[in-house]
Write a protein that binds this ligand. Sequence first.
Ligand code: SF4
Length: 407
Amino acid sequence: MLKTEAERHFSRELLNWYRANKRTLPWRANRDPYRVWVSEIMLQQTRVDTVIPYYERFMDRFPTIKALAGAPEEDVLKCWEGLGYYSRARNLQAGARMVMELYGGTVPDDKTAVAGLKGVGPYTSGAIMSIAFNRPEPAVDGNVMRVLSRYFCLEDDIAKPATRVRIEKLAASLIPEGAAGDFNQGLMELGALVCTPKSPSCLPCPVMEHCAGRMAGREQELPIKTKAKPPRPELRVAAIVAGTGANTGKVLVRQRPEKGLLAQMWELPHVLLTKEQEPMLAAGESGAKEQEAMGELLTKAVEADAGLLIRPRRWFMDAEHVFSHIHWTMRFYLADLGAAGEEAKAGVKSDIAAESAAAYETLPPGASAVRSPYRWIGPEDMETLAFPNLFLRILREYWDSIEEGEE
Ligand code: SF4
């Protein structure tokens, strides 16, 4: 198909610019498909500067597909801890296991096979095929859609799947012969360094001469993108339960289920508030009444789930975490252990204690016995267990406060 002067200019100038200006990044040391794959998964929704130390640690720990495929999932999550979007790590490992089983441990030079690996979507398969194998496949993410929308002054809404398909076709048609890897990386690099979301640097831009968006004075308003729904707010209350006896200095944590959000990561026990309970946590209502109500909620939950009677003592801190679709606001309370087993057996008139008296009978003696997936941990266990950022932050604050003698 005949190309316009603007298209030829774009392909040529971008490629020259990339080859002369590309940043030295650890995943660019060679074109090993496994290295490319890991880097592309880590770079999704994450800045290059943040990814670099994680990438280096990950490649040291899991230098080959075989090493990654054979590692316990806990180790992989631990290495990913702090990067967020943990399903990426799980899918990456599942994909590595597929490569071991189906392709003898080597990423195949085959678009359909690569696109069929767990966690590999159209962007990642395009990136692997073009960067590792130099195949003329487009790799279109938000950055690339922004650059091409501006350069060709496209009005299509980039939030729509049909627009992505159109831009993928356009990006594929622009790939210079024999230079797919460098061209695709050039597009990503231009989007990251020059044609940035808020303030495109048009003057030093290598393709500015034919940029239709710039010539129309529309570089700031393109691309068109309808807003995604804001994350759903959820209010939660959590307990930092201090251990006693052999568990002094430790806190109670639990492991999340095998499937779903933050699967298999560790966390402090917490409860999601119902719509009716949410006003109790609203600003200005954090007094004794609220503490009592939240304390009771937590006590019931930990009792039913872990088999421990706890006594929430006081507010510790509030924290937030925003996932792509959920926004957690969490209030943390410090809690001590109650002598639950003894109270229940002694017939104390407590609904909670009475309800769970039978459960205690089956537990080993001592108030600190807990049911799986709960366990007691000290600061040293943070080296091996993987926690989401939110809980890492709180646990560090807590142990710091103990060291400083505040608790
Ligand atoms: S000239 Fe400006 S708007 Fe056009 S591609 Fe370059 S940085 Fe982006």
